[in-house]
Ligand binder design. Structure first.
Ligand SMILES: Cc1cc2nc3c(=O)[nH]c(=O)nc-3n(C[C@H](O)[C@H](O)[C@H](O)COP(=O)(O)OP(=O)(O)OC[C@H]3O[C@@H](n4cnc5c(N)ncnc54)[C@H](O)[C@@H]3O)c2cc1C
Length: 396
């Protein structure tokens, strides 16, 4: 059986690992470089959230990353604490109900006052009303993590081709035949579309049996600040509790029509909240923001300075490490904030994506569940919240 995986981000490289280690002859085709897009441009945190799906994904993924963590490609993987901070008394009071939702999703939390944090961690200089501490989170370096899956897939027999674009999916009589690349047709029995924000383009260009229904993707733009070496120890990933859950994130991503472009409603701030990842290499990655955007339209934004100001206000100790770079990335988001993994109306053609704000945290598990479902003959994972048929036009 020959499989083609389109896209060399975390969605594609995790699929390749799962397919190749089950002896499926696999080729990954990436138009640019491994982790060229979102998978190399993110914060690298694996965090709990107030939804049971997010917690299920977190625990499943942490186990899969651990399989690769001692392999030949290091990716700074490690367990770390998670501190959810609230700047003022009003938001700390509101946080109590969010903390309750975390608990209902199976996440234990300890409440801490701002005064305790300021006393115990004077070098950071906490200026917050309070926080909740969660003991389970993981940190990683995302480009390394994506390469670790690519490498493990290669070791298991997969081929990874970079700098080659897939232009079309080819199907006949309701069955996939292969893909059309810029260097010609590549036949395949199984094709996985795992190309992030470009997925809708390829669904539209499934030729032979007509285009497939699209998926309502929006680019969830975010800005990151790469800090240099920290001169103090940070025992947690620090996140503001105002960062919404997946459902709320998806809901805020409402953008589609020409009027939005005309009125410049795209790329406006929808979420602005500190997310600071102290990396195992000693430096740190600081975000985060979310602006519903169109993939290729980047408007001017003052978001990096807003994130910097916010951080200096609440964590003034972060003022000393040098800033190494500041850059945007795009989250491939669907309206419910959850991934898609499952079959399409064309036999042998599958989708894996919509990883939104939790791609590093979701893909190892969603890829494993999808490949198990495909090779067992069903094609849709047991987790029905992942199936593409929750979107209009997808019922098979
Ligand atoms: C600012 C920011 C912070 C984030 N922080 C976190 C975090 O802390 N934790 C977390 O879990 N997630 C985080 N994310 C989300 C995460 O980065 C994404 O969900 C994930 O990387 C998406 O992976 P992907 O493989 O689906 O897409 P991508 O990484 O975008 O990969 C898709 C690949 O497909 C290729 N491609 C496209 N079209 C074609 C074609 N026709 N032929 C061949 N190749 C093609 C592209 O070149 C690209 O390399 C963050 C995202 C952003 C932007």
């Amino acid at each position: 059986m020959d499989a083609v995986v389109i896209g060399g981000g975390i969605a594609g490289c995790t699929l390749a690992y799962e397919l190749a280690r089950r002896s499926v002859k696999t080729v990954v085709i990436e138009q640019s470089m491994i982790a060229a897009e979102s998978s190399g441009r993110n914060t690298g945190t694996l965090l709990s959230g107030p939804e049971r799906q997010v917690v299920e994904l977190l625990d499943a993924c942490a186990g899969i990353y651990a399989e690769l963590a001692d392999g030949p490609v290091p990716f700074e993987f490690g367990r770390v604490g998670h501190l959810l901070i609230s700047e003022d008394e009003a938001s700390f009071e509101q946080a109590a109900s969010i903390a309750e939702r975390y608990r209902e999703a199976g996440v234990e939390m300890e409440k801490l006052s701002g005064a305790e944090l300021a006393r115990d961690y004077p070098r950071i200089g906490f200026k917050v009303a309070g926080a909740y501490s969660v003991d389970r989170a993981w940190t990683l370096e995302p480009m390394g993590a994506t390469h670790a899956f690519a490498h493990a897939a290669r070791e298991a027999g997969a081929t990874i081709r970079t700098g080659l674009r897939i232009a079309q999916i080819h199907s006949r009589g309701g069955k996939v035949q292969g893909v059309l690349s810029d260097q010609g047709i590549i036949p395949a029995d199984l094709v996985f579309i795992a190309n992030g924000l470009w997925m809708s383009d390829l669904l539209r260009r499934t030729v032979g049996d007509g285009p497939l229904p699209g998926l309502p993707f929006i680019a969830g733009r975010g800005w990151l600040i790469q800090l240099g070496k920290l001169d103090f120890e940070l025992p947690w990933i620090v996140e503001e509790l105002t960062w919404p859950g997946q459902e709320e994130l998806g809901r805020r991503m409402d953008l589609s029509g020409l009027a939005d472009v005309a009125d410049q409603r795209d790329d406006r701030p929808m979420v602005e909240a500190i997310c600071l990842n102290p990396m195992r290499g000693g430096d740190a990655r600081l975000g985060a923001s979310l602006q519903p955007a169109f993939r290729d339209l980047l408007r001017n934004t003052d978001m990096p300075s807003r994130i910097a100001k916010r951080t200096l206000r609440m964590l003034p100790g972060l003022g000393t490490p040098p800033v190494k770079n500041v850059y945007p990335g795009n989250r491939p988001m669907l309206p419910d904030g959850l991934p898609v993994a499952g079959r399409t109306a064309v036999e042998g053609l599958f989708v894996h994506g919509g990883l939104g704000s939790i791609g590093m945290h979701a893909a190892p598990a969603t890829a494993r569940w999808l490949v198990e479902a495909v090779l067992s003959g069903h094609g849709d994972p047991e987790q029905d919240w992942l199936r593409p048929d929750r979107f209009p036009g997808w019922k098979i």
